[in-house]
Design a protein around this ligand. Structure first.
Ligand SMILES: C[S@@+](CC[C@H](N)C(=O)[O-])C[C@H]1O[C@@H](n2cnc3c(N)ncnc32)[C@H](O)[C@@H]1O
Length: 211
C-alpha cells in the first residue's frame, strides 16, 4: 500500500465535499433511485454512495482495489439503510466477486476515468448483470462541447493521472458504454458545480445490459 494511496484516501472526502453539496450528492440519489435486489458498486472509494442506497436493495456488494479507500468506507457502513445485506470486497472492477447474471444492477460513480481498461471493466459489468440489468453511472468525460476546456484536458492528461489516482481526463465514457453492448436510455450531460474545471463535464444516467 503506497503513501500516495493513503494520502488520496485521506483527503478524498474533503476535496469532494463542495461538489457533493453543490449537486453531486443529488445526482447520486437520482441515478440510484429505485435500484433493487442485488446491487454491486464498483470503485466504491470512501463510500459516498452509501447514503443514497434505496431501501429496495436486498444485497449490496461494495468493491474497490484500494485498501485505504475501503478503510474509510468501512467506518461509515451505518449510512446504508437497515435491512440491506452489505458485503465489502477488495477487488478491481475487472474481477467482481459474483457469478454470471447474479446482479440486478451495477453502480459506477467517478470510476471509469481511473480504470486502466474501460472495455474490460464494462465486459465484467455485463458478465455479472442479469440480462436487462441496470448500469447506473456518473462519470466525468472529455469536454467535447467546450473546446478550450478540452484543450486543457488534453494538456493536463500527461500529468493528471499521476496526482489523481490514475484518473484520465479525456475519456468518452458514454460512447464506451454504448460500444460495450448497453442500451443507454437515459443520459444527461451537465457541468458539475464546484468541480475543478478539468473534471467539470459530467455524464450521468442509466444503461440496460442488452440481452
Ligand atoms: C474518484 S474515486 C470515486 C470513488 C467513489 N465511487 C465515489 O463516487 O466517491 C475512484 C475510485 O476508483 C477506484 N479504482 C481505481 N482503479 C480501479 C479499478 N481498476 N477497479 C475498480 N476501482 C478502481 C479507486 O480506488 C477509487 O476508490
Amino acid at each position: 500500500m503506497s503513501i500516495r494511496d493513503r494520502l488520496f484516501a485521506a483527503v478524498f472526502d474533503k476535496v469532494m465535499a463542495p461538489m457533493e453539496e453543490a449537486g453531486l450528492a443529488a445526482w447520486r440519489a437520482e441515478v440510484m433511485a429505485d435500484l433493487a435486489g442485488t446491487v454491486v458498486d464498483i470503485g466504491s472509494g470512501t463510500g459516498a454512495n452509501l447514503a443514497h442506497v434505496p431501501p429496495t436493495v436486498d444485497r449490496l456488494i461494495l468493491t474497490d482495489p484500494s485498501a485505504p479507500m475501503l478503510e474509510h468506507l468501512r467506518a461509515r457502513l451505518d449510512e446504508v439503510p437497515d435491512g440491506v445485506d452489505v458485503e465489502v470486497v477488495r477487488a478491481p472492477a475487472t474481477s467482481l466477486p459474483l457469478g454470471d447474471g447474479e446482479a440486478d444492477a451495477v453502480t459506477s460513480m467517478l470510476v471509469l476515468c481511473s480504470v486502466p481498461d474501460v472495455q474490460a471493466v464494462l465486459a465484467e459489468v455485463r458478465r455479472v448483470l442479469k440480462p436487462g440489468g441496470t448500469f447506473a453511472f456518473i462519470e466525468h468525460v472529455a469536454a467535447d462541447d467546450k473546446p478550450d476546456r478540452l484543450r486543457w484536458q488534453r494538456r493536463a492528461d500527461h500529468v493528471w493521472p499521476h496526482v489523481a489516482g490514475g484518473c484520465r481526463l479525456t475519456r468518452r465514457t458514454g460512447d464506451d458504454i454504448a460500444a460495450a453492448g448497453f442500451e443507454v436510455d437515459d443520459l444527461t450531460r451537465e457541468s458539475a458545480r464546484k468541480a475543478f474545471p478539468l473534471v467539470r463535464t459530467m455524464i450521468r444516467g442509466r444503461a440496460i445490459s442488452a440481452t
